[in-house]
Design a protein around this ligand. Structure first.
Ligand code: PEP
Length: 252
């Protein structure tokens, strides 16, 4: 049986006082979760605060991006080794905001994925189509190319130590959620694409849905056969809501 994971993506949000409350709530409630890994992916400056708040609890943490280069003359870039020093287990790569706002191509995202693994992190690679791509019937072509770039850069075996988040761009931060059937269809497509290379790796790959997940819709989404949890943006900033989403990922 595949593991379950709910990861919060704080994006460029937070401050020391608000984080303390949020992390304190996560710490106080995570022990009660059955069979669900709970992670928070925080802005870099808050990694030390996060480590101090969550160390010794069942919750884990990570970064939201990583350099595709190692140490060296890359001003502003943060390496996987640095994230490891602050206790990160996970790192998100290829979030649609990195792709669209910061211009990251499929090749750059795939390079980040490969480097994150080499540096001892578990990458969660985000894939997903825009509304226009969905409406023109290009979802499979777009998402397939995003997945193929990772397979080409890192090899299919790498997906045995990683996660994939399907995040339709039109559902991120918009309040529009893919229906459970739409999300399931995309997850099944991605899993099948990976299974064509290695069925065993595909069967155990943890796949998250992301896009306006709330406590009210999480249960239905997480009950779909190929959805193993969620990548949560806005709702991850609301302590009770985030932990309710984590509980919705428990198997019943
Ligand atoms: C995200 O940014 O990864 C995300 C899914 O955001 P939201 O939950 O706010 O749609």
């Amino acid at each position: 049986m595949r593991g379950r994971l709910v990861a919060g993506n704080w994006k460029s949000n937070g401050n020391l006082a608000a984080n303390e409350k949020l992390l304190g709530y996560v710490r106080a409630n995570v022990a009660g979760l059955q069979g669900v890994m709970c992670a928070v992916c925080v802005p870099y400056p808050y990694l030390d605060q996060t480590r101090q708040a969550l160390a010794g609890s069942a919750a884990v943490w990570g970064g939201q991006d990583v350099s595709q280069f190692g140490a060296g003359a890359y001003t502003g870039a943060v390496t996987g080794g640095m994230l490891r020093e602050f206790g990160c287990r996970y790192v998100i790569v290829g979030h649609s905001e990195r792709r669209s706002i910061f211009g990251e191509s499929n090749a750059v995202v795939a390079a980040k994925f490969a480097v994150a693994l080499q540096e001892g992190l578990t990458p969660i690679v985000c894939v997903g189509e825009t509304l226009q791509e969905r409406e023109t019937g290009a979802m499979e072509q777009v998402v397939g190319a995003q997945v193929d770039a990772v397979l080409a850069a890192a090899g299919v075996a790498a997906l045995g130590s990683a996660g994939v988040a399907y995040e339709p761009v039109w559902a991120i931060g918009t309040g529009k959620t893919a229906t459970p059937d739409e999300a399931q269809a995309a997850h099944a497509f991605i899993r099948a694409r990976i299974a064509a290379r290695d069925a065993a790796i595909a069967a155990k790959l943890v796949m998250l849905y992301g896009g306006s997940v709330k406590a009210a819709n999480a249960g239905q989404l997480f009950s779909m056969p190929d959805i193993d949890g969620g990548l949560i943006g806005g709702a991850a900033l609301v302590a009770e809501e985030f932990m309710a989403i984590c509980r919705a990922a428990e198997r019943r």
